[in-house]
Design a binder for this molecule. Structure first.
Ligand code: MOS
Length: 695
């Protein structure tokens, strides 16, 4: 044993880091299976209607083209729970970009050439892709996403708002946003002669991919293996199985050969989900001292015609600030659009943009410092449920952030700080994200030689999950990290939930902690040398994760941002940004910092560069590649810092951790928007703050 145990919290480097930077790490489309064919999906060219004919003769005549799958000849699958997976089963086109054919060829270039040579005819139907706040199709669903009731009322909002001496009534409009992980959604599928299906899939949760494919193809779960060994990002878009896995498995079945399918970047926006656009009306009523008396957040959003997905943007308003009356509602309209889905901090990211912008408007109206306004309305108990918080570090984050940022030196008057043609301003916003954990299985094994092996079907989507799980196990086993092997990313390992909802580490870590603890007990009870096969302990956290907590459990944070606005070009540049987070115990300071900074960077994109337009005529997103959909580059993020407050919260999980994957984006765009308003004196209630809007 060459090194002392490294405690939880240490900045341990990623276990797979070297493999990734040297190219040794293999992703889903890099398996190099012998005899592998390549598939290219063909997206629907009309926004609504049906396919009347697919003429394949020219495509099949292309050199190297092996087959063309359409709804006429593709394997039939059992109806999946998720309708977006029912591809090539019928002639219906629910939105532009829906896969209507799949060309399979010896090379990627041949598959693509085959796709170009296909002749597809359609019968079109009228379509509507434009979300408006008074759309006649709007309805109130029972629940928004996450099982949250769509409507919550507390007290008499209308009366309280009417009676409030100070009132804000503002509507914020956000367009769609796209996940665009670096690695596109990709699958390599092959069927072995005994009928076992193996799919290497770029997914946030291989157990779900296995179960979904087994159900679709009428197999037992032990007849399917899903492998997600390395995943190049997902941000929620890989949190549920995606059509490429089904298509690759279909094509492999059809051809009898392994098939590799990497979604072309330009097809991703229509196929892998998007953050739904929202129109959010926020009304705040307050007394002159800043105490909130009335709060309403009313959200309008879209879903597709095949699935109800309701961005839960008003939910964080049920957590954030005390107010004797509140109304939080969601309405949705089913349009002929691609189906929206999870994108980093769904609900919280758009919802807190609106709420935290409105809080800034209220602070300006009242002439109260925006940090003070938030502190004044920091509730003792969760406003929606009345439950006590297990811990609530918002005030500490605001205070420490203000101190570190130099907030007290700020002149509150807007539009007063000039540097030549630049206007400079700073802004603040709060962050919050719920604490979730799901049931998980894990095993821990002690070998006769004294080494350990831990197994859990966790997924590392770039977060460092593999590393932090090893730390958790090593901590319990009191062994050096290099004496421990950890296996993740394979559905043949003990079942684990998805890397999503900022709950991966809590869920997998809980099971790893339990299995390792059980192993320690067994080893303590053991006398003499271990048997040749070693000793194994397993764990299942179904019971403890299902327990209802008497506490409201959330992570909190505060963002501070400084921007420069060029009055000649309309360009808005983030100059420096600082976040302070309270997320329980931080288990690895290196990977945690990169999660926080990654989230904040995505918030910078949301505020300044990422724009998506639904074309009303063609019925599709017009920005479909990274040349037109601008994610922040290094030059867009000149100075960024993440700090945290260590919380000792005994009401979470054995590690004492809250999730950290999503909170970094929550409120980040509002802080930048508020800084823009401070710089210019002008309030824009839409994003991104691109020059065309600024000038
Ligand atoms: Mo996240 S949007 O829960 O993967």
């Amino acid at each position: 044993m060459s090194q002392a145990p490294q405690p939880l919290g240490a900045p341990v480097v990623r276990r797979e880091g070297r493999d990734k930077v040297t190219g040794a790490a293999r992703y889903a489309a890099e398996r190099g299976l012998p005899g592998c064919l390549y598939a290219w999906p063909v997206p629907a060219a009309v926004p609504a209607g049906r396919v009347t004919a697919v003429r394949t003769v020219d495509a099949l005549a292309q050199p190297g083209v092996h087959s063309v799958l359409t709804h006429d000849n593709a394997p039939r699958i059992q109806e999946p729970d998720d309708p977006i997976l029912a591809v090539l089963q019928n002639d219906r086109v629910p939105h532009r970009g829906w896969p209507v054919a799949l060309v399979v060829a010896d090379t990627l270039a041949s598959a693509r050439a085959g796709a170009r040579a296909l002749h597809i005819t359609y019968e079109t139907a009228p379509h509507d892709v434009v979300l408006t706040e008074d759309h006649p199709g709007l309805y109130t669903p029972e629940n928004a996403n996450g099982g949250y009731p769509a409507v919550r009322e507390r007290g008499d909002f209308d009366r309280a708002f009417e009676a409030s001496p100070v009132r804000i009534d503002a509507t914020y409009t956000l367009g769609a946003l796209h996940n665009h992980p670096m690695e596109p959604h990709a699958s390599t599928a092959h069927w072995s002669p005994d009928g076992h299906l193996t799919v290497y899939d770029s997914s946030q949760g291989a157990t779900t991919v296995r179960d979904t494919l087994a159900a679709a193809f009428g197999l037992r779960t032990d007849q399917v293996t899903a492998v997600s060994e390395h995943v190049g990002g997902g941000f929620g878009s890989k949190g549920t199985p995606r059509p490429q896995a089904v298509l690759a498995a279909m094509a492999a079945l059809h051809t009898g050969r392994p098939v590799e399918l990497a979604l072309p970047r330009r097809q991703m926006p229509a196929v892998v989900g998007h953050r739904a656009p929202t129109v959010q009306r926020v009304r705040l009523g307050a007394r002159p001292d800043g105490t909130l008396t009335a709060l309403a957040q009313e959200v309008v959003t879209h879903t597709s015609t095949i699935k109800e997905f309701v961005e839960q943007a008003a939910v964080p308003a049920r957590v954030m600030y005390g107010s004797p009356s509140s109304r939080t509602t969601h309405r949705v309209v089913a349009l002929d659009v691609p189906t929206p889905s999870w994108m980093r901090a769904p609900g919280e990211a758009p919802g807190m943009y609106a709420l935290e912008s409105a809080m800034d408007e209220l602070a300006a109206e009242l002439g109260i410092d925006p940090v003070q306004l938030r502190l004044r309305n920091d509730p003792a108990d969760e406003p929606d449920s009345g439950k006590p918080f297990s811990s609530r570090g918002l005030a500490a984050c605001l205070r420490e952030g203000a101190e570190r940022f130099g907030w007290h030196e700020r002149d509150p008057a807007p539009g007063t700080r000039r540097e030549g043609a630049l206007l400079i301003g700073s802004g603040v916003a709060s962050a919050t994200y719920p604490v979730y954990a799901s049931a998980c299985h894990a095993s821990a094994h002690a070998a006769a030689d004294g080494s350990y092996r831990v197994a859990v079907n966790a997924t590392d989507i770039g977060t460092g999950a593999r590393t932090v799980l090893a730390q958790i196990a090593a901590d319990v086993l009191r062994t050096p990290l290099d004496n421990l092997t950890i296996d993740i990313g394979d559905s043949d390992l003990p079942d684990g939930p998805v890397a999503g909802g900022s709950s991966g580490t809590a869920s997998w870590g809980w099971a790893v902690h339990k299995a390792a603890s059980a192993l320690v007990e067994r080893l303590d009870a053991h006398t003499g040398p271990l048997p040749d096969g070693g000793v194994t302990a397993t764990a299942d956290t179904t019971e403890e994760t299902a327990e209802k907590s008497p506490y409201a459990r959330h992570a909190f944070g505060a963002h501070f941002a400084e921007v420069a606005v060029d009055t000649r070009t309309g360009e808005v540049r983030m100059r420096r940004m600082l976040g302070v987070f309270a997320a329980g115990r931080i288990l690895n300071s290196r990977t945690a910092r990169s999660q926080f900074i990654g989230g904040m960077t995505m918030g910078i994109g949301m505020a300044l560069t990422e724009g998506s337009t639904l074309d009303p005529v063609f019925g599709d997103f017009t920005e479909r590649d990274l040349a037109s959909y601008h994610v922040p580059a290094c030059a867009d993020v000149p100075g960024i810092e993440a700090h945290w407050i260590e919380e000792d919260d005994p009401h979470l999980n054995p590690m004492g951790s809250k999730g950290i994957g999503e909170i970094g984006i929550v409120g980040a765009a509002a802080a930048i928007g508020n800084a823009f308003r401070h710089a210019t004196g002008v309030r824009l209630r839409t994003l991104p703050l691109t020059p065309d809007r600024v000038l």
